[in-house]
Design a protein around this ligand. Structure first.
Ligand SMILES: [Zn+2]
Length: 168
């Protein structure tokens, strides 16, 4: 992962681990993603305080509750969408942040009517099975599982993180 010269790893200001991946070619596009605690930020989250940040105001209530302000940025937990599943944050019954991994499952022909596409173009044929999600205490554990899955899929590269996916 470190062959890309535009991709460096530094210490994370949130968890202190050497797991903060800095990606992007220009400062105004730079994404910071911690593979240890799972928090991510980008230039659009730069602010003195979260209340002043436009992006923060568009986050879901859960995301706002999980968000942290550090180093002049709002940080939020990663939602990672993959062709075979979804790694996402959620609150357990004690309102503690946990991570779930939901497999992508096929929807049977009979069930598809329950899942109409937003664009009106028929029905979804697959969905993330969040009811049967695997639960992890840390993002790193979830990521480790994702990496195993990726390896199972015959060595395809680690999926690229896309900040558009975390807008909530
Ligand atoms: Zn971290």
């Amino acid at each position: 992962m470190s062959q890309n010269t535009n991709h460096i790893v530094i210490n994370c200001p949130l968890c202190g681990q050497h797991g903060l991946h800095v990606m992007g070619t220009r400062a105004d596009e730079e994404t910071r993603q911690c593979l240890s605690c799972g928090y991510v930020t980008a230039p659009k989250f730069k602010c003195e305080k979260p209340e002043d940040n436009k992006e923060y105001s568009t986050l879901t209530p859960d995301m706002q509750q999980w968000a942290k302000h550090e180093d002049g940025f709002v940080w939020i937990p990663t939602i990672m969408t993959l062709p075979f599943g979804l790694l996402y944050p959620f609150n357990d019954e004690n309102k503690k942040l946990k991570w779930g991994f939901a497999e992508m499952v096929n929807i049977s022909k009979e069930e598809q009517k329950q899942y109409p596409r937003e664009d009106g173009n028929g029905y979804y044929q697959s969905r993330y099975d969040t009811e049967n999600a695997k639960v992890y205490d840390t993002f790193l554990e979830g990521m480790t599982y994702v990496n195993e899955k990726v390896k199972d899929k015959k060595g395809s590269a680690l999926p690229k993180l896309n900040l558009d996916d975390i807008d909530g």
